[in-house]
Design a binder for this molecule. Sequence first.
Ligand SMILES: Nc1ncnc2c1ncn2[C@@H]1O[C@H](COP(=O)(O)OP(=O)(O)OP(=O)(O)O)[C@@H](O)[C@H]1O
Ligand SMILES: [Mg+2]
Length: 706
Amino acid sequence: MESEAIQEELQNLDVELKDVQGQISALIDHQDRLYERKSELKTLLKALAAPESPVASSGGSTAIENWSEAFEWDSRADDVRFNIFGISKYRANQKEIINAIMLGRDVLVIMAAGGGKSLCYQLPAILRGGTTLVVSPLLSLIQDQVMGLAALGISAYMLTSTSGKENEKFVYKALEKGEDDLKILYVTPEKVSKSKRFMSKLEKCHNAGRLSLISIDEAHCCSQWGHDFRPDYKNLSILKTQFPKVPMVALTATATQKIQNDLIEMLHIPKCVKFVSSVNRPNLFYSVREKSAVGKVVVDEIAEFIRESYSKNESGIVYCFSRKECEQIAGDLRERGISADYYHADMDVNMREKVHMRWSKNKLQVIVGTVAFGMGINKPDVRFVIHHSLSKSMETYYQESGRAGRDGLPSECILFFRSADVPRQSSMVFYEYSGLKNLYDIVKYCQSKSKCRRSAFFRHFGEPSQDCDGMCDNCALSSEFKEVDVSDLAKLVVSMVQETQAKDQRVTMLQLGDKLRNKHKDLSAELKRDEIEHLVVKLIVDSVLKEEFQHTPYSTNAYVTMGPLANQLLQGRKTIKMETSSKQIKKSKRSISFSGLELKLDELRKEISAADGNILPHTVLSTQQIGSISSQKPDSLQELEKIIGKLKTEKYGDRILEEVMRHDAVSEHIVEDPKKEGTCESRSRKRAKTQKDVVLVDSSDEYEEA
Ligand SMILES: Nc1ncnc2c1ncn2[C@@H]1O[C@H](COP(=O)(O)OP(=O)(O)OP(=O)(O)O)[C@@H](O)[C@H]1O
Ligand SMILES: [Mg+2]
């Protein structure tokens, strides 16, 4: 054998071996996913087989405990809930979780964003006496919570890197001596893992029998499989080791089974009672819109949507892919008359905080952010979350879009999708564990024109499906799509990739589209570039093609190569079908709007917040409370107290009643217009009955033929 031939064969073998290695990695990934799914399905089966206790399960014991029965603290709990927190009734699982904590059990709470996890540990903190320690990952979250609790007259403090000496002295003394009132203490995980001084004071507090509860908020930060992994969270196991008898509650909105198991292990709470609430957010309307290749058109569409649907300064978020894009889009929106500013990790911390604060106080309508604008968002009345670019997974999309409507009122989540955004994301995530698989899952979500958007979340989190009730674009337009067999065109695409590879060349998605249109001129008249890219992406997520990546000094390029199922397609053993939709939602109807009195009360809460400086408007009155006051129009402090509880009535009752009376006096002079919109609450009640009202469309002229 000639040495040249040997060299060549060696080279070929190297390529083949690399390919086999790639396939092995893909198979291992696949095996991992199957194991994970298997475990999710087993849990699902268990949950279905035990309908009498579908929400709570005990990690250790099998005894069925009834967390809803009557307990001696019930009336005290009701009093604190209503008269201090101003909350008229518990939401799903809250009462049971509180009871389990009160009984001294360790508890794991999985509850969707905005489900009301804070109340689950804040209320027992007040009832149990002593001090509750809360570990929370972000300064801004801690500040929000402490500010909110202080406004309710609850003695809450924090120990963070920014705490002043005086504050620190007070807290340490309170922990050690127990003379001063310290109900709830917030710390960052670093305090627990790095400050020996803090841990020794905490120990003294514990030894004196005053450490009553430990709460780990955003507990998914413990897990490497979670999206916000924080190394210091891993060291929190020390808390259970040091204080085994103090009940621990871990709370998160992230639901996968793998993460749940991880948390239980890392926090050392094997016998915890687990409360898993549904991931469903029935008040959120999900939709995907085709994103134009022309940037200006996309911003025009976003600005038009905000102007038409949220003209009264209702809060929103626009998520972008890059820092540069954030700044650009925020500027573009401002040019179009929208009050918007940007937020990303490259900004100075003070600047970032300033933007966040202006937005929290409703002085800024829209934050245009990267994913850096994330976990610290505590604002309950975010009415819309728009994704200008694709998220990197279903899980991150669920988290990001879930920042809308935390107050339970109707809100909208719109994702602008364009196939050309896929390689941008894939070249960022391909090195992450299951990064590409996760990305392709959300791409499938975007490409589907028939499947319920909500059901994609249920599938992802291993939960039985629930009725969407027309609360996503696909359910609202279910009859408007068809499936087209595009196997022949797909074969042309794959052959082209094959030819390129045979010549030892690489091709990007963009180049592939151009090449195809150049070679098959007959096609280019019919097929737009977007459509070819759409097909290429579909072939990638279906494993007919695959993406490969190459680093350059400045970027990572994504190339399209033959995938595991390419030959099946070329040999006619696989067909490719694309979904097309003949109609598109053109514009949306705003889902809630404030009536006259609601607007006045909204102004009042902003005024009180501005005068105080330390209270956010939604802490003064929530949007729901504004709705209730407007529909019930209380005419005395006693009546008002029945709606918002004692504390808020004492603090703001006179001013609220003044607004109600003034509004009543004015409206007596106005002849009622029967077409005038009802109050926010009456409208949301109506929506609750016929959820389809919120569906962005109520007459066919709001659709446009594609
Ligand atoms: N039972 C209830 N009735 C009405 N509003 C409630 C109730 N419980 C909590 N809320 C309100 O819901 C909003 C969200 O609550 P909270 O901040 O506790 O959510 P969360 O579950 O911690 O969400 P996240 O995962 O985003 O942190 C808050 O404004 C809170 O006051
Ligand atoms: Mg929370």
